[in-house]
Write a protein that binds this ligand. Structure first.
Ligand SMILES: Nc1ncnc2c1ncn2[C@@H]1O[C@H](COP(=O)(O)OP(=O)(O)OP(=O)(O)O)[C@@H](O)[C@H]1O
Ligand SMILES: [Mg+2]
Length: 259
């Protein structure tokens, strides 16, 4: 089952620069929540605070709370490595490990977590993750071939398989389809739609049609002016966001009359 995320009064910094201001959002379990908004408004930054990846950048930090099923990820007793295991991340460009086979790529996260598993358990896990990522039938006869030998869309599904192989509760995706052709994009969207049965999903997208197709809820982030911090302007169910938004800026943005 997925877990819910509650963000309270989150301020996110790069050094002294306040990049995103006072975010409050409740992300429901087993739903797809889309983050949309103009470039630089902080979508990726907010996403990376949800699995403590933000603080990897020197000087980057945040204030406020991110509760995963009620537990603050930023409490002193929380191990960020464990957080990144519970909350998986899929990036914009598919990034399979170049020296690894398809099979090794799927198992990479599990090995990083130092989990010892038998050959037959590993086989089962590889099949389960690749089936979950809708890729099994396309690769089952060439699991020992290099992961980078796959098409872009297949590589992205391989990265999703690698992310789900560690059994995360939450899957964060930062523009996962932006490097993909339309057919691969639809394959990944179908997959996201299935994955929400098991995971809570947050996806950043610049594609309004995509948000309308796959998201249950949509968060519109905005920027008052360049150099100003981004903020969460409007958050609602996706139908309202695209058909009847009760926010002028959001209305202009989703109808393409922004800027
Ligand atoms: N590594 C960094 N160091 C310093 N500032 C950064 C860094 N990454 C992002 N920022 C700043 O934080 C703000 C938010 O950036 P972010 O990348 O989160 O925006 P975004 O909404 O994801 O944009 P895009 O749609 O272009 O991906 C911007 O002002 C950006 O310049
Ligand atoms: Mg971004």
């Amino acid at each position: 089952m997925g877990q819910r995320i509650d963000v309270n009064h989150l301020n996110i910094y790069y050094g002294d620069f306040l990049a995103v201001e006072d975010v409050n959002i409740n992300i429901e379990a087993n739903k797809v929540t889309a983050f949309i908004g103009p470039s630089g408004c902080g979508k990726s930054t907010v996403l990376r605070t949800l699995d403590r990846m933000h603080e990897i950048i020197p000087g980057a930090h945040c204030k406020g709370e991110v509760l995963l099923e009620g537990k603050n990820l930023y409490d002193k007793d929380v191990d960020p490595v464990a957080v990144r295991r519970d909350v998986g991340m899929v990036f914009q460009r598919p990034n399979p490990f170049p020296t690894m086979s398809i099979r090794e790529n799927v198992l990479a996260g599990v090995k990083l977590n130092n989990r010892k598993i038998s050959k037959s358990d590993a086989d089962d896990l590889v099949e389960w993750a690749l089936r979950g990522a809708n890729l099994w039938n396309e690769v089952k006869d060439r699991l020992d071939n290099p992961g980078i030998g796959l098409s872009g869309g297949q590589q992205q599904r391989l990265c999703i398989a690698r992310a789900v192989a560690v059994h995360p509760q939450v899957l964060l995706m930062d523009e996962p389809c932006s490097a993909l052709d339309p057919i691969s994009t639809l394959a990944v969207e179908d997959l996201i739609n299935e994955l929400k049965n098991d995971y809570t999903i947050v996806i950043v997208t610049h594609n309004m049609q995509q948000a309308a197709r796959i998201a249950d809820y949509t968060a519109f982030f905005n920027l008052k002016a360049v150099g100003q911090p981004g903020h969460l302007e409007y958050f609602t169910d996706t139908t309202t966001m695209f058909n009847n938004p009760q926010n002028e800026e959001a209305e202009r943005y989703v109808s393409g009359r922004f800027g």
